[in-house]
Design a protein around this ligand. Structure first.
Ligand code: FAD
Ligand code: MLT
Ligand code: ZN
Length: 466
């Protein structure tokens, strides 16, 4: 047995250190199932001091640490490699809400708090914490900070980066940086928290965060619209902004293939239209007191008058709203249930998004006939989940062509000045592509930061940096 283990047990308590395969299985395989490794141990400290002790003891023993929150990441960032030499440090036991300030509109929570719990705590205080992801029942504050998570309300509230005011971080040498300030203004040198937001656990372990709260928006109006084309999704955005102003919260795109997967795999999912369409948009307005229903209807009438809409269904009650949202939020799970998929979480400038879809789809199908293009995503942010599912019954063909297909997609993204990872990060899955699509200068700068903060390269090795 590695000499580190008894020391960790003495320091943290036996129940904080898991080594049996049965106990560690869920921590060493990622949500997609594409990444499965082995851990020297899974360590679950209950507080910041415990995290600091774990990191310090691992550093002294030269053992790498893989931070883990809810393990819902989609790029293999939270699971260890197959060596069995690394410690997975799970933040799942750090679930305290340390405080909520209704005047300053902030909430201070520990890293292991699940996103839905933050949303509920804010709601109980008459506030809104706006980050909203399909994984919100499992993903954690630490994970969403470390991946700079996006989701379906970025259009109005921004990504996690815009929602964080302060962080507490355990550094790779075990020191604790207390940056838990709730200040809106603090220009005293480098904005250090930005280094750890989106760093995917490669620069330190987030143990707590001060998050911004917003006024509650109990009034919501939601519609699923049948679009005349993918172009219409981007052409509609300025109209929705004009008509709905600051109440516009969500504008999501769904392609027909994506809708088909949800209708096939998600129990209770139903297509609200009588006929099928190629493209759909999910739009939601939210406000404290405005009558957003009227604003939404006016916007949809204006869009129809411009020939951008073929049809529209407006939710008449919360159950119908949930039914429309299921068609969007059920997608990740549906595609996983359908079998092998190759996911591309890309951003292109919004104005070139429809051109990208029009050009790339036919080229991919020419490469692999029968390929299913499962396109959906946060069109308001220029972010598409441009996912590929295998020709029915022929996963081997997709597996064989995946590299060429992904290269074609990423080249087309790069030609438009886009990004090969909009919201999921690089992890293991995309660090190779980062070597191709990020400039040498950028890679050098990131390596310099990594060397400065983690000279022993023990913090989440093999992730992010090529
Ligand atoms: P984990 O998966 O545990 O870890 C993610 C990364 O962060 C890893 O690199 C890990 O090492 C690191 N990490 C975790 N905790 C810490 C910590 N405390 N300190 C330092 N590093 C840490 N993502 C989006 O952005 N938008 C979406 O709309 C979205 N929808 C999703 C829907 C589904 C169904 C699923 C399964 C995933 C979805 N995701 C989405 C991806 C995922 O939920 C996010 O990346 C989320 O932020 C991960 O949080 P987590 O707690 O599960 O982190
Ligand atoms: C989403 O927007 O549904 C998520 O980012 C997950 C996915 O890419 O499927
Ligand atoms: Zn997404």
């Amino acid at each position: 047995m590695h000499s580190l283990l008894p020391t960790l047990r003495r320091t943290l308590g036996d129940d904080a250190v898991l080594t049996d395969a049965a106990d560690t299985a869920g921590y060493v395989t990622d949500w997609t199932g594409a990444f499965a490794g082995a851990a020297l141990a899974v360590v679950r400290p209950a507080d910041t001091a415990g995290v600091a002790d774990t990191v310090r003891l691992c550093a002294q023993a030269g053992v790498a640490v893989v931070p883990q929150g809810g393990n819902t990441g989609l790029v293999g960032g939270a699971v260890p490699d197959g060596s069995g030499g690394d410690v997975v440090l799970s933040l799942e036991r750090m679930r305290r809400v340390r405080g909520l300030d209704p005047v300053g509109d902030t909430i201070t929570v520990e890293a292991g708090v699940v996103l839905r719990a933050v949303q509920e705590r804010a709601e109980a205080a008459g506030r809104l914490f706006p980050l909203s992801l399909g994984s919100e029942g499992s993903c954690t504050v630490g994970g969403t900070v470390s991946t700079n998570a996006g989701g379906t309300a970025v259009l109005r509230y921004g990504m996690m980066r815009e929602l964080v005011l302060g962080l507490e971080v355990v550094l790779p040498d075990g020191r604790v940086w207390d940056g838990l300030r709730a200040l809106r203004k603090d220009n005293t040198g480098y904005d250090l928290k930005q280094l750890f937001i989106g760093a995917e656990g490669t620069l330190g372990i987030v143990t707590a965060a001060v998050l911004r709260l917003f006024p509650a928006t109990p009034r919501r109006a939601t519609a699923l619209v049948a679009l005349a084309s993918a172009d219409a999704a981007t052409e509609l955005l300025p109209l929705l902004r004009q008509e709905c102003g600051g109440t516009l919260t969500t504008w999501e795109l769904l392609g027909r293939q994506a809708m088909e997967l949800v209708l096939t795999h998600v129990p209770g999912a139903r297509d609200p239209f009588d006929s099928t369409h190629e493209w759909y948009g999910l739009v939601e307005l939210a406000a404290g007191s405005d009558d957003v229903g009227e604003r939404l209807e006016a916007a949809l009438h204006a869009a129809a008058a411009q020939g951008l809409l073929l049809d529209a269904v407006i939710a008449g009650n919360p159950a119908q709203r949930t039914s429309l949202w299921t068609l969007r939020e059920g997608l990740a799970e549906a595609q996983k249930l359908d079998g092998l998929s190759v996911k591309h979480d890309i951003t292109v400038p919004i104005s070139s998004l429809a051109g990208f879809v029009a050009e790339v789809g036919p080229r991919l199908r020419a490469l692999l006939p029968g390929l299913r293009l499962v396109t959906y995503g946060h069109v308001g942010d220029g972010n598409l989940h441009y996912n590929l599912s295998a020709p029915v019954g022929d996963e081997a063909a997709l597996r064989a062509a995946a590299g060429e297909l992904t290269g074609l997609i990423y080249d087309a993204v790069a030609e438009r000045g886009g990004s090969i990872s909009a919201e999921h990060g690089l992890g293991v899955l995309k660090r190779g592509a980062a070597a191709t699509y990020k400039s040498e200068v950028e890679l050098d700068l990131m390596r310099a930061v990594k060397r400065a903060l983690d000279p022993g390269a023990l913090m989440n090795p093999g992730k992010v940096l090529p």
